[in-house]
Design a protein around this ligand. Structure first.
Ligand SMILES: [Zn+2]
Length: 256
C-alpha cells in the first residue's frame, strides 16, 4: 500500500483511464432506526451506552482535528510524499485488544479508491463502510452508529469519486431504462435520486450525480436518528462529503 510505485501519479493516471466500478454489494435506501437503536430504546440521547462488545478506549480527537488529518494525509498523497505507514507486529499488538479509529469512511468499493492509501493511514485508524456507489444501507447505518456511540469516532467522511461505475449505472437506468441482472439493480437503486435530479443540470451529468449522491448520503445521515444527531448537536461529530479525483489524487472536501 505504501510502495511509492503503487501510488504514484503515473499509476493513478493509468488506472483512471479504465472505467469500471466493481463490487455489487446489495444496498437498500438509508433508513432511520436499526438493531442497535432498538437495543437502546429509552436511552437518553446524550448518554447512550451500548452493550459492551470489547474494551473501548475512545479517541480524544476532535471532529476538526480528524478532518485536518485526512486533508493533510491526502495532500501528501497527491504530492507523492506520504511517510511509511507503520503496520508491523508491534502496531498490530498495540491495537489487538481495542480500537480507537479517528474517522469513519463511507466510500465506494472501486479498487482505485482504497481509503487508507489515499490518506496515508494504517491499522486501527479508519472505520470503513464500502459499497459500490458509497450508499449506506440499514446495516451500514448500524455500523456507523456503533462506531460513533461505542468508539466515539468524531468524523464521518462520505466520499464519492470521479467516473464512478455505480453512479454511471444509475444514469443508464434513468436515461435508457436499463435493467441490471441479479442484485446489481438493488445496488443502483439508492443512487437513482441523484441521477434524476441532476439530469438537466449544466456540466457533466455523471460528475454532477456523483457529487449530488454524496450530498444526499450526508444529509440523510445527519437526520438518521439520535445516535447520530445528538453528538452532532453537542459538537462531537461532523459528517462531511468529498469527491476523489482519479486523475490527480485530490480529495475535494466540498460538502461540510
Ligand atoms: Zn464507484
Amino acid at each position: 500500500m505504501n510502495d511509492p510505485t503503487l501510488s504514484s501519479p503515473a499509476r493513478r493516471r493509468a488506472l483512471s483511464a479504465m472505467c469500471a466500478c466493481s463490487g455489487a454489494a446489495a444496498s437498500a435506501p438509508l433508513l432511520g432506526g436499526g438493531v442497535l437503536r432498538a437495543l437502546l430504546a429509552g436511552a437518553a440521547a446524550s448518554s447512550v451506552a451500548l452493550p459492551a462488545i470489547a474494551a473501548a478506549v475512545k479517541t480524544t480527537v476532535t471532529p476538526d482535528q480528524a478532518l485536518n488529518r485526512l486533508m493533510e494525509g491526502n495532500r501528501l498523497f497527491l504530492q507523492g510524499r506520504l511517510p511509511p505507514v507503520v503496520n508491523n507486529a508491534a502496531r498490530r499488538l498495540q491495537i489487538a485488544k481495542s480500537q480507537a479509529p479517528f474517522a469513519i469512511l463511507v466510500s465506494c468499493s472501486d479498487s482505485r479508491v482504497p481509503p487508507e492509501a489515499l490518506f496515508g493511514v494504517g491499522l486501527g485508524e479508519l472505520f470503513i463502510i464500502r459499497v459500490a456507489g458509497n450508499s449506506v444501507s440499514q446495516e451500514g447505518l448500524g455500523s456507523i452508529e456503533y462506531a460513533v456511540a461505542e468508539l466515539g469516532v468524531p468524523l464521518v467522511l462520505v466520499m464519492g469519486h470521479e467516473r464512478c461505475g455505480a453512479v454511471s449505472a444509475a444514469l443508464s437506468v434513468v436515461k435508457d431504462h436499463t435493467i441490471f441482472p441479479g442484485a446489481i439493480g438493488d445496488m443502483v437503486q439508492p443512487i437513482l435520486p441523484a441521477a434524476i435530479t441532476t439530469r438537466d443540470d449544466p456540466g457533466d451529468w455523471l460528475d454532477n450525480a456523483v457529487r449530488r449522491n454524496v450530498v444526499n448520503v450526508v444529509e440523510k445521515l445527519r437526520i438518521s436518528g439520535k445516535l447520530i444527531e445528538a453528538p452532532i448537536a453537542e459538537g462531537k461529530l461532523k459528517i462531511v462529503g468529498a469527491r476523489y479525483d482519479l486523475d490527480d489524487g485530490n480529495v475535494d472536501f466540498f460538502h461540510q
